[in-house]
Design a protein around this ligand. Structure first.
Ligand code: GLU
Length: 314
């Protein structure tokens, strides 16, 4: 049987919260249950928002929880570095491959042009690029480049791309209509998540990606990139999001759902046991270590709709 490699790929823009922990736990259980390996990759491309200290703290928090990994920033491994800000040469070479296929073009649109109220929107609220820079002539590009450095976009076809998600089932998009030409590099030179995540998951031998349902809509774009770059895509499992008791999406600003507040008052097994119970794969809220949760874990038990946290968690 082909060996399984799972991963956690957090963006350390704050202290981890229960949603991130559920993500790590599910990725860990899903891979370990198949005898697989786990990679930790720090997604800090937005270096201004992801200072190093948060990444260090994140590793400490994950170790405290007992969610150990086989390859990662401090443990090392053959496929590092495991920090995206140190992998830009790989993204550049993938970008060159796409450029070589004639699929990349510079986009000079300003933020306000992109977010104009007339711009079509995706179901997830993001705007679909209208294509203003899609067919600029070389002379127009040279002219615009005098005053503005461009972002780079991938020209997408009128084709349906999608995924048979291991948990949420089929998700498909007609790229040209429902997604639009998407960013590969921002105008300030920062590589886009969509490109970096594909390059890294492939280079790190990842065979299964477990992440929140908010990223399901990124999957068609990513599969198209795997195809263009000649890479083998992993299996995908998207899980429902954790919501605050009032029904909002959890964010790193929700202090009481963050580990800052929790580490002082509860044991790691209490956090994991309770989360696993809320996510359907611990029969009671009884405290449990990750190894013990392996016995009951089954994707079939995980709900398919968002999970609201109770008012009082502990
Ligand atoms: N770094 C992303 C995040 O923290 C996750 C990316 C992924 O799992 O593909 O939201």
């Amino acid at each position: 049987m082909e060996s399984v490699t799972g991963r956690f790929a957090p963006s350390p823009s704050g202290r981890i919260h229960l949603g991130n922990i559920l993500c790590c736990l599910l990725a860990w259980l899903s891979a370990r249950q198949k005898g697989g390996r786990v990679v930790l990759r720090i997604e800090d491309l937005d270096t201004a928002r992801c200072p190093r200290r948060y990444a260090d703290q994140m590793e400490k928090d994950l170790r405290w929880l007992g969610l150990f990994w086989d390859e990662g920033p401090t443990v090392g491994g053959a496929r590092g570095p495991y920090v995206q800000s140190r992998r830009t040469a790989l993204y550049r070479s993938a970008l060159e491959k796409l450029e070589g296929q004639g699929l990349v073009y510079p986009c000079f649109c300003t933020r306000s042009e992109l977010h104009a109220s007339s711009a079509p929107h995706r179901e997830d609220g993001q705007t679909i690029y209208g294509g203003a820079c899609r067919n600029l002539t070389a002379a127009e590009i040279a002219q615009k480049a005098k005053t503005r450095s461009p972002a780079l976009r991938l020209r997408v076809p009128e084709e349906t791309w999608g995924v048979a998600d291991g948990h949420l089932g089929s998700y498909r998009e007609v790229l040209s209509r429902e997604c639009g030409d998407f960013l590969l590099r921002r105008s300030d030179g920062m590589f886009a998540y969509q490109l970096a995540v594909v390059v890294d998951d492939a280079a790190m031998g990842v065979t299964e990606v477990v992440r929140g349902a908010d990223l399901l809509a990124s999957t068609p774009r990513q599969l198209y990139l795997y195809h263009l770059l000649g890479l083998t895509p992993p299996a995908f499992y998207h899980f429902p999001l954790l919501l605050s008791p009032s029904g909002r999406r959890l964010s790193k600003r929700d202090a009481d759902a963050g580990l800052d507040a929790l580490r002082d008052k509860v044991a790691p097994e209490e956090v994991l046991g309770k989360l696993a119970y809320l996510a359907g794969f611990n029969p009671s809220a009884e405290p449990k270590a990750p190894q013990a949760l392996l016995l009951d874990f089954d994707w079939e038990k995980v709900p398919k709709t968002d999970i609201r946290l109770p008012e009082k968690l502990f």
